[in-house]
Design a protein around this ligand. Structure first.
Ligand code: NI
Length: 173
């Protein structure tokens, strides 16, 4: 297994629309394992392939406290979303240190292939429902800050660019 590099907002590659995973094979299983390792290492609860610059419909999630219940969704499709919504604070491994409120459906049903290539129906609510919606947005090239006001988004963009410059300066010593 190996760790992957997570793209950071405002990297334009985060706005790529992902294509369907062509086959659930050894390559895909290795990618899913690497993405899980990357997500656990970064202490995140979800990661979309888009964030590691692979533009295929694959997401990994673990919302458990114990960090031992990985969920891999391949070619996920939203089949139902509740009309009830809730605004909750979200963060993103591609936008480190930023948390803000986003309105999401409180419950969803999603169909996806698992690592054996079998179709599974996932009924989710609470944090898992929010996380799946957040990660599925990534596959459509959407980062959560795009739900915020242009003013907030620009402020975040500026902060991220400065953060990256500071890191590069440190690295060059
Ligand atoms: Ni994210």
């Amino acid at each position: 297994m190996s760790q992957l590099t997570i793209l950071r907002y405002p990297d334009q590659r985060l706005h790529t629309v992902a294509k369907s995973v062509p086959a659930v094979d050894a390559r895909l299983r290795t990618l899913a394992a690497d993405m899980l390792e990357t997500m656990y290492e970064a202490a995140g609860i979800g990661l979309a392939a888009t964030q590691v610059d692979v533009h295929e419909r694959l997401i990994v999630i673990d919302v458990s406290e114990s960090r031992d219940q990985p969920l891999v969704l391949i070619n996920p499709e939203l089949v139902w979303a509740s009309s009830e919504t809730r605004i909750g604070d979200e963060g993103c491994l591609s936008v480190p240190g930023i948390y803000d409120g986003v309105e999401r459906a409180t419950a969803i049903r999603v169909q996806a292939l698992d690592l054996d290539g079998k179709r599974q129906l996932h009924v989710a609510e609470g944090t898992l429902a929010v996380c799946i919606q957040h990660e599925m947005d990534h596959l459509m090239g959407k980062v959560f800050v795009e739900y915020l006001s242009p003013l907030k988004r620009n402020r975040i963009k500026t902060k991220m660019i400065k953060q990256k410059k500071d890191e590069e300066r440190e690295a060059s010593y």
